[in-house]
Design a protein. Structure first.
Length: 341
């Protein structure tokens, strides 16, 4: 019988934007796997609920791990272990001007660090996107050429289609600064990327639009994931598109030999993972990627197996987002597909 997607740690609390890491034994961490989530709106002191596991089956809640420096929306943590730093666990994340409508204003990518994967993470004062009015969803990875890069989402309003897209930059080894100008990875372009057909955005400056009265057709491509390589050796990027409160799925970009990116998921049927109302899987997206360094016997996984951790709503779009795990496989054409673990 084919396994079904299921919440890994069922919880009435939100587990959005789950970021999964695996730590080697020589790090001396208490657990092998950690997941960091957006969770609910912070209470003004802590953000980002985290969970730990040794086998990807039994999970232990760690509480919220970032000490917040302002009362506002905090989104999408990305955590990497950077050996050699005094505080070697580094988190990139975004926070906004405030919450509610102000939760959409001024999202800036920032850096925090900690001595241990459990935290507490403390903001280090580094703002990586000071000149952008909206930047979210960082992901740090090694490109196949060996360079360290960071992808993130930002807004595009100079011309239609208005919406959020994804870009890529180089980043320093200590994750304190970007080293290149953004390279465009993708802007929304498919029908399923639609976030809202008529969106009132009074906080947004859009040329030629009166934000207090004009409705905007807004689309979204966000949650970029880099560092994947196809069986043919081509760089691959994943992204999430649509509306995380409605139709949401994970699409695919594949880079050709000339360096051009091609979106192979124009049809939602070609997405890595998409909603399946028959089984109650709704709004799957915002994944993180992991290639296992060692086997996971409890799930029959081998070293080198590729996983994505996504959030999804189970049974209802009003349900909280819950983290769930998938194994990444590759079609004969070299396209990634997800299967429940």
């Amino acid at each position: 019988m084919t396994p079904a997607y299921r919440p890994l740690f069922p919880d009435p609390l939100d587990q959005g934007d789950p970021f999964l890491i695996e730590l080697p034994p020589d790090v001396g961490a208490a657990h092998r796997f950690y997941v960091y989530t957006t969770g609910a709106e912070p209470d003004g002191r802590r953000a980002f609920p985290a969970y730990a596991s040794d086998d990807l089956v039994a999970w232990h809640p760690l509480g919220s791990v970032l000490t917040t420096i302002r009362t506002s929306w905090h989104w999408a943590p990305c955590v990497r272990h950077v050996p050699g730093l005094p505080r070697p666990f580094v988190m990139l994340y975004s926070y906004a001007f405030g919450s509610g409508l102000e939760g959409h204003i001024g999202h800036t990518l920032r850096r925090a660090d900690a001595e241990r994967p459990e935290g507490p993470f403390e903001d280090t004062g580094h703002a990586l996107t000071p000149d952008l009015d909206f930047a979210i969803d960082p992901d740090v990875y090694r490109h196949p050429d060996g360079s360290l890069r960071c992808a993130f989402a930002m807004d595009f309003v100079a011309d239609p289609p208005y919406g959020t897209g994804i870009v890529e930059v180089g980043i320093t080894d200590d994750l304190t600064a970007f080293t290149t100008e953004p390279r465009l990875l993708a802007r929304p372009g498919h029908d399923w990327h639609l976030y809202e057909p008529e969106r009132l955005m009074p906080w947004k400056v859009i040329p030629g639009i009166d934000p207090t009265v004009d409705l905007v057709r807004w689309s979204t491509v966000e949650g970029p994931v880099g560092g994947l390589v196809s069986p043919a050796g081509r760089p691959v990027y994943l992204y999430s598109g649509g509306n995380f409160n409605a139709y949401y799925a994970v699409g695919v970009l594949i880079e050709d030999e000339a360096g051009a990116l091609h979106d192979i998921s124009a049809d939602p049927a070609d997405a890595v993972i998409a909603p399946d109302p028959v089984t109650g899987l709704l709004g799957p997206g915002h994944c993180s990627y992991l290639r296992l360094a060692a086997p996971v016997d409890a799930l029959g996984l081998a070293a080198g197996d590729e996983l994505i951790m996504v959030h999804a709503r189970f049974g209802s779009l009003e349900a909280p987002r819950q983290m769930t795990l998938a194994r990444l496989t590759w079609s004969p054409a070299g396209h990634p597909r997800a299967l429940p673990v």
